[in-house]
Ligand binder design. Structure first.
Ligand code: KIV
Ligand code: ZN
Length: 498
């Protein structure tokens, strides 16, 4: 019989702590429910002591989902643990995730401490967490660079203190796959009582090896993989859930299975990308736009003869149904509802009526409506309740003339207008918006992507705007690229102007 691999999703903690990826509570609940439907075993819902917002997220997610264990992160101190336990009070299944740095770098330069003292603090934290919950996970931060003999001592001590899961993070993404696998094997072979706990991997992707390291860890005895949707997370990100799930689904000979309903992978990926305004790179394994696109003539010919000539995964296994990707002006409300359901978006009757009305308007301008268009429509309906919205935009531009833009914004229902000239239509329009919103802000990233190919296509704009040292992401899509740019700018501004 296959062995079970527990999937621990940290999109809402490690993923959400990325600058610009913050979600509001309603959005977090939407993601948590999607993760539950996807079949994840554990949802890391936040770091409750870090802010009232994180505390509330753990509370509301605990109430919103039933099956997965809800996990809350802490440092190894009593106050963090007490606050986490309080935030978890409504969870049907709860876990406290506590830990401390164990590499010599962390011991010396972060804690100004000693190896012995770190073991004492780790044990004390686990014992204290056990007073509140049965299920306690311990993380040895920077385990990737921790000496294996010492790591084994730490792990043995925390298991003795009651840890049910021991997390071995490659926090800096430094390890080589073979080295990380050896580390897990070393723990399996040298820690007394190791069979009383589950070993977890938590790999970061700084050198592009997060998934390889995770798989190596699992092949050497780990049975929990800590992952995020689309691999989002600190710096270069975490191991991506979809890659781990599909590796074990594709390689049956490894005899390891997860509870992931892989047909929900695509919709969950789209949902997270759109709510976090975080684009998925086109060549991203499993969920990137090009993951199943065959462009060379030789490949296309081969796939038409037999899909398995060039495809190791059937796109339908990850929820991409090629036959129903495109909707047109002739598609009915039921088709729209079905497609939105596949994308993980559930609307009530009023929401669906509005989405259908917007869909028909767009279909008048654009022949084929694809998934990104639909997510854009639904996102737009959400942002219509925002404090600042674009009322009108008029630009004049051309070759050899300076561009001029007039902009009208509605701020809490009141109209404000401004006009500006600029180095092109986007520059002029952004300057006009800045005349209305008197805040210090600079555009840090500005990415324009055409969704498909035609000149009637919808352009997607992702923008990162810095304000008071924090980055806020904005997203918009429109067949008019200047309008999409201004809307993305306003979307970002709405995240810091209240
Ligand atoms: O990367 C890391 O070490 C972490 C821990 C807090 C688990 O995210
Ligand atoms: Zn991490």
């Amino acid at each position: 019989m296959s062995e079970k691999l527990y999937i621990f999703d940290t999109t809402l903690r490690d993923g959400e702590q990325v600058p610009g990826c913050q979600l509001n509570t309603v959005e977090k609940i939407e993601v948590a429910r999607a993760l539950e439907a996807l079949g994840v075993d554990i949802i890391e819902a936040g770091f409750p002591v870090s802010s009232p917002g994180d505390f509330n997220s753990v509370v509301t997610i605990s109430k919103a989902v039933t099956w997965p264990t809800i996990c809350a992160l802490t440092r190894a101190n009593e106050n963090d643990i007490k606050v986490a336990a309080e935030a978890l009070q409504y969870a049907k299944h709860k876990r406290i995730h506590t830990g401390i740095g164990t590499s010599d770098y962390h011991i010396k330069y972060k804690f100004n401490s000693t190896r012995e003292e770190i073991i004492e603090r780790a044990v004390a934290a686990v014992k204290y967490a056990k007073k509140y919950v049965e299920d306690v996970e311990f993380y040895a931060e920077d385990a990737g660079r921790t000496d294996n003999e010492y790591l084994a001592r730490v792990v043995e001590a925390v298991i003795k203190a009651g840890a049910t899961v021991v997390n071995i993070p490659d926090t800096t993404g430094y390890c080589l796959p073979e080295e990380f696998g050896r580390k897990i094997r070393f723990l399996k072979e040298n820690v007394k009582g190791i069979d009383k706990a589950i070993i977890a991997t938590h790999c970061h992707n700084d050198l592009g090896m997060a998934t390889a390291n995770t798989i190596s860890g699992i092949l050497n005895g780990a049975r929990q993989a800590e992952v995020t949707i689309n691999g989002i997370g600190e710096r270069a990100g975490n191991t991506s859930l979809e890659e781990v799930a599909m590796i074990f689904k594709s390689h049956k000979e490894l005899d390891i299975e997860t509870n992931i309903n892989t047909q929900k992978i695509y919709s969950t990926s789209r949902l997270v990308s759109s709510l976090m305004s975080m684009p998925v790179q086109p060549n991203k394994a499993i969920v990137g736009r090009n993951a199943f696109a065959h462009s060379s003539g030789i490949h296309q010919d081969g796939v038409l003869k037999n899909r398995e000539n060039y495809e190791i995964i059937d796109p339908r296994d990850v929820g991409i149904d090629e036959n129903s990707i495109v909707l047109t002006a002739r598609s009915g409300r039921a088709a729209l509802k079905h497609r939105l359901h596949i994308l993980g978006v559930e609307l009530d009757k009023k929401g669906l009526d509005k989405a259908y009305e917007d869909f028909l308007k767009l279909a008048d301008r654009k022949k084929d409506i694809n998934d990104d268009d639909l997510l854009m429509l639904v996102g737009k309906a959400r942002s219509e309740n925002a404090r600042i919205t674009l009322d009108y935009l008029q630009v004049t531009s051309g070759v050899g003339v300076r561009s001029v833009a007039s902009v009208g914004l509605l701020i809490a229902g009141e109209r404000f207008e401004a006009a500006a000239t600029g180095n092109g239509p986007v520059d002029a329009a952004i300057k006009a918006v800045k005349q209305i919103i008197h805040r210090q802000m600079t555009i840090q990233e500005f990415l324009i992507q055409a969704i498909t190919k035609g000149s009637d296509d919808v352009g997607k704009v992702h923008m990162a705007v810095a304000h008071d040292g924090v980055h806020y992401n904005g997203f918009a899509a429109n067949t008019d690229i200047v309008a999409a740019s201004v809307e993305a700018f306003i979307d970002a501004i709405n995240k810091f102007v209240h």
